[in-house]
Ligand binder design. Structure first.
Ligand code: F6R
Length: 604
């Protein structure tokens, strides 16, 4: 959600900042902007829409020599995506970029306005730069003014600020939104709201903590922590490589990521399967001592994997499970008991609502575990333990391989817990593990299936809505299929438990209601079949995904015949992802950057 970059050095700042923003564009793409301070002179550029528009605007700008620059790609929270509302925001001598939400911006704005400050934008961000300058006007040094400014702000933020009177300096602060500071051997300094912006540019980074702030010049870094005491510069190597963030000949990142699932699933399993047990080197079994309940908490797609996992934990590990939507959980004054293991699931590790629930669990002294794709993310740093999903960088806004690897980890974890609780025999455990070894093969995209879905997709471009239906663990998969479709096709879609259709939604059934029915051979096949027959009798248009042909279906996507419902789960997942993607392509939508969305939702 929004992307921030910053640079101090003597190379081509414009190119470096644009390159960083390009890597972050998938996080927000309503508008973008850059400001540069070169030889004491400010220049700034802003453009609405995709980053390419900013690139065009900056064609004539040259930025060689000693330059300080900051840039931003926006996902609008306060104010429409217009040029005026694009970052950087300015006052008379300073510019600021910001991720997050300033909760007390209205009060600050009112006070500044009463002292004569005129605001140009509708954003919360603009108060930061005016507040800073008002403190300078009161006689504080730039540093003191910045410190007082961030002490006044409430809410979540990652901020970079530059000002004419400190021409070689970037002031920074982090509270609740991610920010990384990087350096390299050429004495250049970089900022990025995610390491994607820093890959290939710097070798050492500091993942700033909440409450950290300070300033960077070409030859110094000053870092303070939330107690206002000078903090040590704890650099760690930046290990991610650029390779994983390229399209590799695929039309879209989403397509590449669907095709990559087989490989990343192998990575997820690597070193974690033995003949009769799951090996998580990163876990201490003591984490489960005295635990008699698991609470899973997440948002969006990660919530769907949490819901799917609840079926696995109860069925295999025989442990009580509750599943929570993070944005609901955090405000409903939940009861938390200390024999509950609190598990958060997140691709990014930065989702504001999920992160907040983790903080609540920690405060209530619950033991916590995060299942996450991004090492060093806020959640990984906060939780007692973490399991990395190893999906690699996911750039498509619609999550695919992150979901697949989360499901893999959660399935493994259910077996790990089953072993501890002795709820499965050794034979049952090794059968599950043998099945896991097949998932990588099952998730290889078969050209035949892709072609069939491409052909079918032309029949599903209209209608008054889609119902994705399934039972048991295929119900969360149906929810995920519906979410994928609505995200990138903008068609209305709902996921529903098959057995629940007759309690209301069946009233919608007619030929223009499209039902995508998940019919696994090895999970309640006959029950699901009856539910689909009920819909067929009411003339709903039905597309069945199954390994068993079904004569009441209008369309059929054939699966291989598998011996285990989880293999059907993973192959159906591929079919659903391809179906959404092909529909979105036919509708000429932006598959990787669908409207109104952003990767990593760091505001609540
Ligand atoms: C959907 C999607 C979102 C995310 C959600 C949580 O395709 O990507 O629904 O799953 O915003 O994000 P993470 O997993 O990063 O916490």
């Amino acid at each position: 959600m929004c992307g921030i970059v910053g640079y101090i050095g003597s190379k081509d700042a414009k190119e470096i900042l644009l390159d960083g923003l390009k890597e972050l564009e998938y996080r927000g793409y309503d508008s973008a902007g850059i400001s540069l301070l070169c030889d004491g002179k400010f220049s700034y550029f802003k453009a609405v829409g995709k980053l390419e528009n900013l690139v065009q605007k900056m064609q004539k700008c040259s930025s060689n020599g000693s330059v300080v620059g900051i840039g931003h790609t926006r996902w609008a929270t306060h104010g429409k995506p217009t040029e005026i509302n694009a970052h950087p925001h300015q006052a008379s001598r300073s510019f600021v970029v910001h991720n997050g939400i300033i909760e007390n911006y209205q009060a600050i704005k009112k006070e500044l306005q009463s002292s004569g400050v005129v605001f140009a934008s509708q954003t919360d961000t603009e108060v930061i730069v005016h507040l800073f300058e008002s403190f300078v006007k009161d006689g504080l040094s730039d540093y003191e003014a910045f410190e007082k400014c961030i002490d006044t702000l409430e809410g979540a933020y990652a901020i970079l600020l530059m000002t004419k009177s400190s021409p070689d300096t970037i002031y920074f602060a982090k509270h609740g939104s991610p920010m990384i500071l990087g350096i390299n051997e050429d004495n250049e300094k970089f900022f990025g709201s995610s390491d994607a912006a820093l890959i290939g540019k710097c070798s050492q980074v500091i993942y700033l903590e909440d409450g950290d702030y300070g300033c960077v010049t070409s030859d110094s870094i000053t870092l303070y922590n939330k107690e206002h005491t000078r903090a040590e510069l704890a650099f760690v190597p930046l290990t991610v490589t650029k390779l994983s963030a390229q399209k590799d000949g695929f039309r879209y990142f989403m397509e590449k990521e669907i095709y990559e699932q087989s490989e990343v699933i192998s990575d997820t399993l690597l070193g974690r399967l033995s003949d009769d047990m799951i090996v998580f080197d990163e876990l201490d079994e003591a984490l489960f001592d005295g635990i008699d309940e698991i609470k899973l908490c997440a948002c969006g797609t990660s919530y769907h994997s949490a819901l799917a996992a609840s079926y696995l934990f109860e069925r295999l590990s025989k442990i009580r499970v509750s599943v929570e939507i993070a944005s609901e959980f955090r405000y409903r004054e939940p009861l938390m008991s200390q024999n509950t293991l609190f598990i958060v699931i997140s691709q990014s590790g930065e989702t504001a609502d999920t992160l907040e629930t983790l903080k609540m669990a920690k405060k209530a002294a619950l033991r916590s575990l995060v299942i996450c794709n991004v090492d060093n993310s806020s959640m990984v740093r906060l939780a007692d333990a973490s399991i990395l999903t190893r999906a690699g960088i996911e750039k498509g806004v619609a999550s695919t391989k992150a979901f697949a690897t989360q499901m893999m980890v959660l399935w493994m974890l259910s077996i790990y817990v089953a072993k501890i609780r002795q709820s499965l025999t050794s034979k049952q455990i090794s059968d599950e593990i043998n099945t896991m070894r097949e998932v990588s093969r099952v998730t290889l995209v078969k050209e035949g299936m892709h072609e069939r879905i491409t052909r079918l997709s032309k029949r599903y471009l209209h209608g008054h809505g889609f119902f994705f239906i399934g039972r048991d663990i295929f119900y969360p998969l149906a929810l995920e299929g519906a979410l994928k479709l609505k995200e990138i096709s903008y068609l209305h879609a709902e996921g529903y438990p098959s057995g629940e259709m007759k309690h209301g939604p069946i009233a919608l059934a007619d030929p223009e209601l499209f039902t995508i029915a998940l019919m696994p051979q090895h999970m309640l096949y006959e029950k699901t079949k009856s539910n689909i027959e009920e819909l067929s009798a009411r003339d709903s248009t039905i597309c069945v995904i199954s390994s068993i042909e079904f004569d009441k279906a209008d369309d059929f996507i054939a699966l291989e015949s598998h011996g285990h419902y989880m293999l059907e789960f993973f192959e159906m997942m591929i079919a659903l992802q391809l179906l959404s993607m092909q529909i979105a392509i036919r509708l000429d939508n932006d598959v990787d950057m669908p409207r109104n969305l952003a990767k990593s939702v760091t505001v609540e």
